[in-house]
Design a protein around this ligand. Structure first.
Ligand code: GTS
Length: 174
């Protein structure tokens, strides 16, 4: 039995970064899909700490909040930098990701991987789905996506039905 369970809507949404992370780190996990219909009935929502998904289980630890989940996986699987200084930089990248997409810099293109990388990769791949040429004018970001997507386990995950058949957003039907 894998220790990890992702409970989420039938989409990539806020969970694809953790899926990329788990796949790349050679971890197994279980998916529990909550359809919008079931969610609309109320009891599942009422059972969630903040009335929202994702919910994540690591053995007997239950977590909500996608960034708390990513941070937990970052700490558990050694993806949180090598010391407090690097951990602070990883936090900064993760928390400032939206800004960094606009003003991307050298921080993202280092030679070690952190949980924030999976989040950024997911974001950039989604942008490419919506507008395939969106990174064409940004060679550093294009190279970043190519480099991470070529990691063997990420490559296999991105080609798998698990990823391909899951929409980016169930609500927006993308
Ligand atoms: N801060 C939370 C996180 O990061 O986990 C936000 C979670 C959230 O907004 N979840 C949405 C939800 O449960 C789904 S999604 O935005 O991830 O697609 N919405 C249903 C509801 O009833 O609020």
């Amino acid at each position: 039995m894998p220790p990890y369970t992702i409970v989420y809507f039938p989409s990539r949404g806020r969970c694809e970064a953790m899926r990329l992370l788990l796949a790349d780190q050679g971890q197994n996990w279980k998916e529990e899909v909550v359809t919008l219909e079931v969610w609309g009935q109320g009891p599942v929502k009422a059972s969630c700490l903040f009335g929202q998904l994702p919910k994540f289980q690591d053995g007997d630890l239950t977590l909500y909040q996608s960034n708390a989940i990513l941070r937990h996986l970052g700490r558990s699987l050694g993806l949180y930098g090598k010391n407090h200084h690097e951990a602070a930089l990883v936090d900064m990248v993760n928390d400032g990701l939206e800004d960094l997409i606009r003003h991307f810099g050298q921080q993202l293109l280092r030679n070690y991987i952190s949980f924030a990388d999976y989040r950024l990769l997911d974001l950039l791949l989604n942008h490419q789905v919506l507008m395939p040429s969106c990174l064409d004018a940004f060679p550093l970001l294009s190279a970043y996506v190519a480099r991470l997507s070529a990691r063997p386990k990420i490559k296999a995950f991105l080609a798998s039905p698990d990823h391909m058949n899951r929409p980016i957003s169930a609500r927006l039907k993308l």
